[in-house]
Design a protein around this ligand. Structure first.
Ligand SMILES: Nc1ncnc2c1ncn2[C@@H]1O[C@H](COP(=O)(O)OP(=O)(O)OP(=O)(O)O)[C@@H](O)[C@H]1O
Length: 248
C-alpha cells in the first residue's frame, strides 16, 4: 500500500522547435488507500500525469514521492500498475495465463495459482479461465486486465479511461464491481475519466485538471454504493460540470 505526493510536477514536449506544456504545475496529496478520479477537458494533461506516475515518462520538473502507511518515503519507485482503455491482453495466452503473467518470476507456483484463482472468482471469470482473449467479450477482457493488475498486487493502481470503450450496461456493472473491489482491497486508485457521473460515482475526491494545472479538488463525502439520482450526488456533479466548463 502507498500514498502518492506530487510536488510542482511539470512535463514539456518539444515538437518542431515549439514547446508544448502538457503539465505546468501539479501538486497533489493522494492518501494511501484512497480512490481519486481525474477529470478535465481533452488535452488538459490527464494521461500525461498517469504516464509520469507509472514511470513511462520522466518529469521536466518537480517530484513524485510514494509514501507508506506511516508517511515514510518508499525508496525508489512504488509498485504501480496501469490499466488502459483497451485491455492489451496477450492473444496467445488464456484468461488465466494473462492474469498470472505479472507473476512469471514468482517461484512458488502454487501461490500464483491460488492468487489467480482468487481473482478469477472475485471478477466472475472462473468459467472463462481457459478461454483466449478472442473468445471473450470486451467487458470480460477489461475484467481480465483488471485481474492481471490485482494479481500483481501493486501499491497504486492507475486507470486511464478503463471503461471508456464499453457499452453503457457493461460500464455500469463494472463501475459497481470496481467499488466493491476498492472496498475489499483498499488499494490507492487514480482513475481518469471523461464522464463526470462516473467520476462522482467512484471517487472519494474528484480532481479537475485544466491546462496542465489542478483547477480544483472536490471531495465526495457520500457512502458507497452511491445513488446517482440522489440530491447530493446531483449537486456535486453539477458543480464539477460548471468547473470543467469554466462556469464558476
Ligand atoms: N508525446 C507527446 N509529444 C508531444 N505532445 C504531447 C505528447 N503527449 C501529450 N502531448 C500533448 O500534451 C497535452 C496533454 O495531453 P494528454 O494526452 O495528457 O491529455 P488528456 O487530458 O489525457 O487528453 P484526452 O482526454 O484527450 O485523452 C496535449 O496538448 C497533447 O497534445
Amino acid at each position: 500500500m502507498a500514498g502518492v505526493k506530487i510536488d510542482q510536477l511539470a512535463r514539456y514536449y518539444t515538437i518542431n522547435g515549439q514547446e508544448i506544456k502538457a503539465l505546468k504545475d501539479i501538486s497533489l496529496n493522494i492518501p494511501d488507500g484512497s480512490f481519486i478520479t481525474l477529470v478535465g477537458k481533452s488535452g488538459c494533461g490527464k494521461t500525461t500525469l498517469l504516464r509520469l506516475l507509472c514511470g513511462l515518462e520522466q518529469p521536466s520538473r518537480g517530484q513524485i514521492t510514494f509514501l507508506d502507511q506511516n508517511q515514510q518515503v518508499i525508496p525508489g519507485k512504488g509498485r504501480v500498475s496501469i490499466v488502459f482503455q483497451e485491455p492489451r491482453l496477450m492473444p496467445w495466452l488464456t484468461v488465466e495465463q494473462n492474469m498470472a503473467f505479472p507473476l512469471f518470476k514468482e517461484k512458488d507456483r502454487e501461490r500464483v495459482k491460488q492468487t489467480v484463482a482468487h481473482f478469477l472468482e472475485l471478477l466472475g471469470l472462473k468459467k472463462f479461465k481457459d478461454a483466449y482473449p478472442s473468445q471473450i467479450s470486451g467487458g470480460m477482457a477489461q475484467r481480465v486486465a483488471l485481474g492481471r493488475t490485482l494479481c500483481y498486487d501493486p501499491d497504486v493502481i492507475l486507470m486511464d479511461e478503463p471503461l471508456g470503450a464499453l457499452d453503457a450496461f457493461t460500464r455500469k456493472k463494472l463501475q459497481n464491481e470496481l467499488v466493491d473491489i476498492f472496498q475489499l482491497q483498499k488499494k490507492t486508485i487514480i482513475f481518469v475519466t471523461h464522464d463526470v457521473d462516473e467520476a462522482v460515482f467512484l471517487g472519494q475526491r474528484v480532481v479537475i485538471l485544466d491546462g496542465g494545472r489542478v483547477l480544483e479538488e472536490v471531495e465526495v463525502p457520500l457512502d458507497y454504493p452511491r445513488n446517482p439520482l440522489g440530491q447530493e450526488f446531483f449537486r456535486i456533479r453539477e458543480r464539477i460540470y460548471a468547473l470543467v466548463m469554466g462556469e464558476r
